[in-house]
Ligand binder design. Structure first.
Ligand SMILES: [Zn+2]
Length: 301
């Protein structure tokens, strides 16, 4: 090897090491920038609305209470805490170590398996009850379409009389995050029985009031009834959305918050009253008549 070749070789090695160092520096600085950018964006994009499901009477009533908190202000509400022995331990833990400030009980309707725990919860936590007019210990019944706030979460009360006349669904919005707590008015893939109302009222509740919410609104019902609802849906209608819901409910014990208003429009037969197949199966054409017929078929199934 001549000395010139050696010099050239050494020079190339030198250039390559310079190049590698530059690449490393650049990558490191761009990585730092990405991290810095993420940190800066965090408070803006992070979810502030936090929803914790509390299953109650699993295996019998299969109810859900929901603890909803605003991570920014730490304000929180408990929705339908009907079985205090299953709810109070969670509330104690979250309000002491978790630092949550519980402000209200919210009830979707007066039935005992939703509002029956109010007295016992109030004894310990001294909360006001927001809910339907017939709920135990109720102190405020918001008018239809009126709003209130839990920290930065905006809540809209939507009156949906039928299962009971005092049924209210509560629509929670935090920026782009949307959830609706539907009590026994809407279930995943179904609806509640018409104890105090008519097919016309349920049609209005599901297909006007709740259907008007943004399609990406997540649905949190009062009970885990999805498997039974799919079983009935499959008897009267077959579509891809019902197949997907069937598969999901077979594989997952809990379905609350996993489906949206947009999904319900596809797989909830009570929201597909214009579907020719459902008109054929029920022998009815008017939406209210289809609603009534479907509910009777489900009640007798
Ligand atoms: Zn119920």
């Amino acid at each position: 090897m001549t000395s010139t070749t050696l010099r050239r070789l050494l020079f190339s090695v030198f250039l390559m090491s310079l190049f590698t160092t530059a690449i490393k520096r650049y990558s490191l600085s761009s990585l730092t920038r990405i991290i810095a950018k993420t940190d800066v964006n965090q408070p803006v994009t992070a979810r502030a609305m936090h929803i914790q499901s509390i299953p109650m009477w699993v295996g019998t009533g299969n109810n859900y209470a929901y603890l909803v908190s605003d991570d920014k202000s730490h304000e929180a509400v408990i929705i339908d805490p009907a079985n205090p022995p299953e709810v109070i331990p969670v509330l104690r833990e979250k309000s002491s170590s978790g630092g949550l400030k519980l402000t209200n009980i919210i009830n979707t309707h007066h039935h005992k398996d939703h509002a029956g725990g109010n007295q016992e919860i109030i004894n310990e936590f001294h909360l006001q009850v927001i809910g339907g007019r017939d709920c135990a210990m109720v102190s405020k019944t918001p008018a239809h379409n009126t709003t209130f706030n839990i920290g930065s979460i905006k809540v809209t009360a939507l009156h949906t009389p039928c299962h009971t006349q005092d049924s209210i669904c509560f629509f929670f919005e935090d920026g782009e995050d949307r959830a609706v707590f539907t009590g026994d008015t809407m279930f995943i893939g179904g609806c509640g029985r018409f104890f105090e109302g008519t097919p016309k009222e349920m049609h209005k509740a599901l297909n006007e009031t709740l259907a008007a919410l943004p399609d990406d609104t997540k649905v949190y019902p009062g009970h885990e009834y999805t498997k039974g609802n799919v079983k009935f849906a499959k008897k009267v209608l077959n579509n891809d959305a019902i197949k997907r819901l069937d598969e999901y409910s077979q594989a997952n014990k809990e379905t609350q918050g996993k489906f949206t208003i947009g999904d319900e429009k596809q797989h909830n037969v009570f929201m597909r009253l214009d579907d020719p197949e459902l008109q054929r199966v029920t022998g009815k054409t008017e939406p209210i008549d289809v609603m009534g017929a479907l509910r009777s078929m489900k009640d007798n199934s």
